[in-house]
Every structure is written in C-alpha cells, then in structure tokens.
Design a protein around this ligand. Sequence first.
Ligand code: UD1
Length: 429
Amino acid sequence: MDRIRIVGGAKLNGTIPISGAKNAALPLMIASLLTPETLVLENVPRLSDVRMLKRILGNHGVDVMVAGKRVGERDDDGETVKLNAGAIVDTTAPYELVSQMRASFWVIAPLLARMGEAKVSLPGGCAIGTRPVDFLLMALEKLGAEIEIDRGYVLAKAKNGLKGGEIDFPKVTVGGTHTALMAAVLAQGTSVIRNAAREPEVGDLARCLVKMGAKISGIDSSTLEVVGVGSLHGAQHRVLPDRIEAGTYAFAAAMAGGDVTLTDVQPILLQSALDRLAESGATVTSDVNSIRIQRNGNGIAPVSLETEAFPGFPTDLQAQFMALMTKANGTARITETIFENRFMHVQELARFGAKIRLDGDTAIVEGTPVLKGAPVMATDLRASVSLVIAALAAEGETMINRVYHLDRGFEQLEAKLQRCGAEVERIRA
Ligand code: UD1
C-alpha cells in the first residue's frame, strides 16, 4: 500500500487549482441511469471513488466513455465523461460493489424510477458512524414503492411506476434528498420534498436534472417541488468545484503559513468555513472564483464551532479544522452534530503531540506550540487529510500509511502541495 512522507516546516506559497466536487460527480453520474440518451459531465475529478462508480454503472449496462484531452486543456483539468444508459441490463447492485462505496446505494432511485424494480445491497457499516438508509427507503415508499429487505438486499418494486407524493425528512439528509429527487423526476404527478438538504451538491444535481428535462422548483431551498415527466433526455453539465477540497487547502495554508491562492472555486459555497478561518487570524480574501489565504508571522487563534447542515460549517471539514486548532494559542471546542462517531482522527492527531479530549460529541482541543512528525494511519477520507495538515506544520518527518483513503477524495494531493513548496512525496508500495 502506498504511503505519503511529509517533512513539516515549509511555508506554502503558490496557486492550487480546485477540482470538481466528488460529492456532486457521484450523484450526477448516477443520474445517467434516468435516461437512454447520453449525459456528458465535464470537470469530473480523477478519483478512485469515481473509478469505482464507473465500474458499478458499467455493471448495470451504462457505457462510460472518457473523452480524450483537448487542445489547451491543462493536466489538472477534470475529465469529460460521457455516460449512456441506452439499455439497462441489470437492476441488481451487488454487495461486492456497494460495500466499497456508500453513495452507490443511490442507484436504487433511478433504477426503480426507470425500470420499476431494483435490488441493491445494503451499504453496511462505516468508520464514521452507523449511517443507516431508513430515510432513503421512506422517501421511496412515499412515492409508491414496495420495499422488502431480504438477506442483506433491499428489493424495491413499483410495478405501475412511481407516483408523486409528499416526503418530509425528519433530519437533513444529503443522500436522502438525492434519492428522492432522482425518484420523483420520473414519477406520475407532483412530489414535494420537505426539509431537503440545501448542500450545493444537491443543487448541482437538481440543475443537471432540469437540463435533462425534469421539472423542479425550489432548487437550493429546503422545499423542493417536482412535477414528474414521462422521460428525460441527454444533457451536458459541468460539475461544480469541490468546496471540501478548497476548505482543506485553505486550512492547510493557514496551518503551514504562507500565501496561497485557490483557483476554480466558488467561495460562496464555503463561506462558513472561510469565516471561521478568518476568525482564527488568517487573512482571507475572495473573488468570484478564487480565494487567497495569507498567514505570515501571526499565530492561530482558537475558534470553537459546531458542524451543521449547509450553509453551516460542514462535517466534512471538521477533522481538518481540528488539525488547525491543535496549534492554536488557546483552547477550541469542536462539536460534531451530523455523525455520531466522527472523531477517528483524534487518536492519530495525538500521535503528533496534539492535546485533544473527547466529551460526548465535543472535542476539546488545547493548542500546543509544537507538533512532532510521527508515523500515522489514515482511517477515513476526511480524517486522513487532517493528518496531512498536521504533518505540514509538524517538526520532522511524518509517514502517513493507508493513503488509499486520500485517493478516494483528493486529486493529485502531493502535486498540488509540492507546487506550493511543501516537502511531500508518495512512496509507492
Ligand atoms: C453525504 C456526503 C458526506 C457528508 C454527508 C453530510 C456524499 C457522497 N457524501 O453523505 O461526505 O459527510 O453527506 O454532509 O455526498 N441518516 C439517517 N438515515 C438515513 C440517512 C441518513 O439516519 O436514511 C443520518 C446519517 O446517519 C447522518 C445524517 O443523517 O447522521 C446525515 O447523513 P447524510 O446527509 O444522509 O449523509 P450522506 O448522504 O451519506
């Protein structure tokens, strides 16, 4: 297994282009199952989760074609992926594939909407909590699906097609909203989705569905109204920038010190994270599609926060912000409200000498002036990149093991950091 070696201490100076959002690319690719015509997605990040989903969709009969590089395209431009689900050959998503990536469970909605049936493996446990799918199944039932669980599989049926219905989510759920939207667009009649997730990736999916012929109103709000249509057609859509990748590099720049500009980004998508970063003492200036982070000389102030659904501070940046707070001049309290067990990074950050105590859903982080490099292990996607942030500011060498978690969500991580002066290299197994 590959490892990443980082020697801390170098300031970061330069420009980092931000890739397309993984969490938007995945549902957008899944939406290709809704139409027999071709869906063209631009700015798709080159990540192992995306490769995995190409395999899963291929299993259902989707033809996946990656367009060659065009003149003038940069190495770090995302891929253009053409997906054609002309014939769906299999409505089963097997355990071997779904267990590797939770989001692949969402294929249940378009398969059911278009084919009237789907058999999808339950995704199973995950390092950051139980993550059930009860809200997703409730949404499908409200649209008239019959659901049965049999030997680890969800069997969903809608013999005469799905019917419009009212879905009221008891808790904001991104996957639930994606699922409800993809099912409702082909249902007969009108559906209303209340307490819908307002995460930008949900808006991106909705906008793409509208280009495909869907009738959706209330996009970006917590109430979505969908008037079902008989069929959808092909479309072309550019995946929105990855706000989590952008926030991660913004925190990394503040941690290491220096002057970094993030490009191809939409600052408005991560305003709460940028506000907390500015409170911590970094100078943050943004333009329509770039963000500049400067921290020269001054220390890091402690900032307490809690994670919230969008537009609040995202749970997917909690570990990275905690890494930054390990070097603050004081104590910060970080409360996780979205997932019940998302503190796997705490014990690894402690290996750098960080002082963190857990009290229920809150981590109390007592800043320390010196972190020391150590061998550490990546446990999940966002936790693993928090170790990179700590390593950039730690004295000496850090070796990060099990970096396949990083490859699931961060495109060209080493190259992007190296270009800004970080001492980081991948050691291939
Ligand atoms: C998505 C993101 C993930 C992010 C999360 C919250 C993708 C691929 N993943 O995950 O990176 O951390 O949103 O912003 O986009 N829940 C239930 N029952 C359900 C569904 C969810 O109880 O049926 C709970 C979850 O356990 C969790 C909360 O609802 O506590 C929110 O989860 P959800 O928004 O659904 O997360 P995902 O869509 O899985």
